[in-house]
Design a binder for this molecule. Structure first.
Ligand code: BG6
Length: 488
């Protein structure tokens, strides 16, 4: 059924809106999830006309539309309101526009607000939405908030407090776009739809779990933001810990948002709080230097535009998390994430314990690999007999690639995530309790690093990061399963 709704986007002239939001809304329109009864209000500082805004929208969906008429018909639902977030008058104009569009498109007062701009304005916007009667308790009213949700526990708590003055937790959808990715959502199916994994997914059978978010790119044009953020805030506080929670959670009683959220929150609250010594031992950081990949020279992080020349911001973070639950107590969850690594690859390797060998030599452990991107699929390695008169054992791998990998047709995460908001499904969004618990732990690492309590390792662009990350695993007799060859 198609939704009746007005979507208001704050930050409508921004890159995210053009690259992700308009194409995702268009796909929802094409699939009939949005049809006649919807309108989009775009706001930003620039004084755009409706015509110009429509042309921006049309341009962003040209490749997706069946015909120019279809693109134009879709874009006709878009309205623009230039907006200064601090100016009360502008909210009044916004309210009037919303009311007239509600009448025109018969949207039954349903509203979604998308905050896709500098986070320091989120609180101000939420406050005005209420005080100027844009949020008026009629129809459904939902708020989508882009990351970053704060830069530490204090700022995140402050932001949450401000949002909660206008919206309840149930109405707030904190985006983590990784939760919209196919293979991350597939973790539920793999874990809870298969007896073999359902039964083995615990400390008795799993030796360690490895999470890799490797990026080939550097900071590109985002140096100004990134230099104040670093890999830990940019990738670990949110994406890594969200992924970890899906891997570590207990089986929910039912496949429903409330049951899933309750189990995920438990994991966040059971994250092991390291002692000061553990903190120094468990987490390492690095920063890329120049390097050559496939004959192309990449510059060092400190030479990137808008980066402080003596910056100590980490572009690589790696570490060991533990979850103090009955299921996983003592099992290391290793992670690594970095820019300018050997190649792009996001994956999870679940390394099972070794069985007692009767063959006179040790065996390779079984490994379940979940490929998240750029390939999507999974593989399971098991031991088998090599063909021949002799009895010798070798690992065999069962590989599965989703059709989407072959066709490149995997749905855009934002499309699925906006669809969820229209259906009031926050399963794939971060709850405040999750965000709060993650900052509690991340703040401690940030503090140690800010005080220079741990070395900042250099690594060559095109490598897989500092070797100190290998040492984290060696401590537990493990090694990274994925070791891509550098391409100089
Ligand atoms: C974002 C980070 O959240 O995720 C970026 O801010 C990072 O620094 C990006 O590059 C990676 O996302 P994806 O979907 O391209 O893997």
């Amino acid at each position: 059924m198609s939704s009746k709704v007005i979507v208001t986007i704050f930050g409508a002239s921004g890159d995210l809106a053009k690259r992700k939001l308009y194409p995702s809304l268009f796909r929802l329109y094409k699939s009939g999830n949005l049809s006649e009864h919807f309108a989009v209000i775009g706001t930003a500082r620039r004084p755009w006309s409706k015509e110009y805004f429509e042309s921006v929208v049309v341009e962003s969906i040209t490749d997706l539309a069946d015909s120019p008429q279809q693109a134009q018909e879709f874009a006709s639902h878009f309205y623009y309101q230039s907006h200064d977030v601090n100016d009360t008058e502008h909210y009044i104009a916004l309210r009037d526009l919303q009311n007239s569009l509600d009448e025109k498109y018969q949207t039954e007062h349903n509203k979604v607000f998308f905050l896709s701009m500098a986070p320091q304005f989120f609180g101000t916007i939420a406050k005005h939405l209420k005080s100027e009667g844009i949020v008026d308790g009629q129809g459904f009213e939902r708020l989508i908030v882009e990351k970053p949700f704060g830069t530490d526990l204090e700022t995140a708590s402050q932001l949450n407090k401000e949002l909660e003055e206008t919206f309840d937790e149930e109405q707030i959808f904190r985006i983590d776009h990784y939760l919209g990715k196919e293979m991350i959502q597939n973790i539920f199916a793999i874990r809870f739809g298969n007896l073999i994994f359902d039964n083995l997914w615990n400390r008795d059978f799993i030796d360690n779990i490895q999470i890799t978010f490797a990026e080939r790119l550097g900071v590109e044009e985002r140096g100004g933001y990134y230099d104040h953020s670093g890999a830990l805030r940019d990738m670990v506080q949110n994406h890594t810990l969200q992924l970890l929670s899906l891997l570590a959670m207990d089986k929910p009683a039912t496949f429903t948002k409330d049951a899933i959220r309750a189990e995920k929150i438990k994991v966040f609250e059971q994250l092991h709080n390291p002692t000061d010594d553990e903190l120094k031992k468990f987490f390492i950081r690095g920063q890329y230097r120049s390097g050559t990949i496939e004959g192309k020279k990449d510059i060092s992080y400190r030479s990137e535009p808008n980066v402080y020349p003596e910056s100590t911001t980490e572009t690589y973070a790696s570490g060991t998390f533990f979850v103090d639950s009955d299921r996983f107590r003592g099992v290391p969850f290793f992670f690594r994430t970095g820019k300018r690594l050997t190649q792009k690859g996001t994956m999870v390797n679940v390394v099972f314990k070794q069985t007692d060998s009767i063959f006179g030599h040790s065996l390779q452990p079984n490994v379940l690999t979940i490929y998240i991107q750029p390939n999507e699929g999974f593989s399971l390695s098991i031991n088998g007999k090599e063909v021949g008169e002799k009895f010798s054992i070798a690992p065999i791998s069962f590989d599965y690639e989703t059709d989407a990998t072959a066709t490149g047709a995997s749905p855009e995460p934002y499309e699925k995530l906006i669809f969820d908001v229209l259906n009031n499904d926050s399963t794939n969004y971060s709850h405040w309790h999750e965000v709060r618990a993650s900052w509690q732990l991340i703040d401690r690492i940030e503090k140690l690093w800010a005080e220079n309590g741990a070395p900042l390792y250099e690594y060559k662009s095109g490598s897989m990061g500092p070797t100190a990350s290998d040492d984290l695993l060696a401590e537990y007799g493990a090694e990274w399963v994925w070791k891509p060859e550098p391409k100089n």
